[in-house]
Design a protein around this ligand. Structure first.
Ligand code: A3P
Length: 282
């Protein structure tokens, strides 16, 4: 079980999905200005946003009905061979990553590629991550809820510390090539979220197309397609899809510990305010 994870530059990764070889070649990744890039710390709603973006780009490119492409286009999962093929793909390429902003290939910044970043309140993120670990053969078995809680709090989980990622994005809130959205805001108003996302990437959708993408991106619609898009991972990638499931898991002490960590790292930050912690976590 221990072998399932390894450390690269101090951060844990799942060996099977992103072996060291993949992370080593990532630095040479050739981004394009018109790549459509989604970035998220694990379990913040990455697959949701990728689903939205795929639907938008399918409409823009559409010459007929196209089957939804499979899986999550995480660049760190690809490795040299797939990266070579990707270099031949037509634009716009739909790509994504869970990497910390400092470890996103430099070419994305050099080319000013637009990056959609989704964040989620840390309590629900932790709960979602716990279930993901529990139901994913490439990750070690969780010893207990308590042990996973403390691993998350200390950043001893795959892709590292939630707070490290959040603090790094906080510094990029004014970057015109970065748009940060929250799971909770998109959940509250998916239609508005789709308008913002398509405008950010420079795609203009009609109101009917926005409505269509929203219909296809609801939790139930995505879950219904999940066996086709995500295979055996369907049930855990589209688990519950709600805000506030942390209330069914956290003890009062754990809740307090997270509140303190949030205050320590994110109180007074703009990303912290955007997450509306008081509303969703207290
Ligand atoms: P839960 O485990 O709380 O249900 P990621 O894609 O970053 O791994 O995040 C997975 C989380 O996003 C899961 O949360 C999943 O249910 C939720 N999710 C996926 N698609 C969604 C959708 N269309 N609407 C709402 N939540 C969605």
């Amino acid at each position: 079980d221990e072998d399932k994870l390894y450390r690269y530059k101090g951060v844990l990764y799942p060996r099977l999905m992103c072996p060291e070889e993949h992370l080593k070649v990532l630095g040479t990744f050739q981004a394009r200005e018109d790549d459509v890039m989604t970035v998220a710390y694990p379990k913040c709603g990455f697959n949701w946003m990728v689903g939205v973006v795929k639907r938008i780009t399918d409409i823009i490119e559409s010459t007929g009905v196209k089957p939804e492409s499979k899986g999550a286009p995480l660049i760190e999962f690809m490795g040299p061979d797939i990266l070579k093929d990707l270099a031949q793909d037509p634009s716009p390429r739909v790509l994504g990553t869970h990497m910390h902003p400092d470890n996103i290939p430099a070419s994305f910044y050099a080319k000013k590629t637009k990056m959609l970043v989704i964040f989620r309140n840390p309590k629900d993120t932790l709960v979602s991550y716990y279930h993901f670990y529990n139901n994913n053969v490439v990750l070690p078995t969780v010893q207990s809820w308590e042990s996973f809680f403390s691993d998350f709090m200390s950043g001893e989980v795959c892709w590292g510390s939630y707070f490290d990622h959040a603090l790094a994005w906080e510094k990029m809130m004014d970057d015109p090539n970065v748009m940060i959205v929250t799971y909770e805001d998109i959940k509250q108003d998916l239609i508005q979220g789709i308008r913002q996302i398509s405008a950010f990437f420079g795609f203009s959708l009609t109101e009917a197309q926005v409505q269509h993408v929203a219909g296809e991106s609801s939790f139930s619609a995505m879950k219904a397609r999940a066996t086709n898009t995500h295979g055996v991972m369907a049930g855990v990638v589209f688990r519950k899809g709600e805000v506030g499931d942390w209330r069914n898991h956290f003890t009062p002490e754990q809740s307090k510990e997270m509140d303190e960590a949030f205050n320590k790292h994110l109180a007074g930050t703009r990303l912290g305010a955007k997450l509306r912690y008081q509303l969703h976590c207290q």
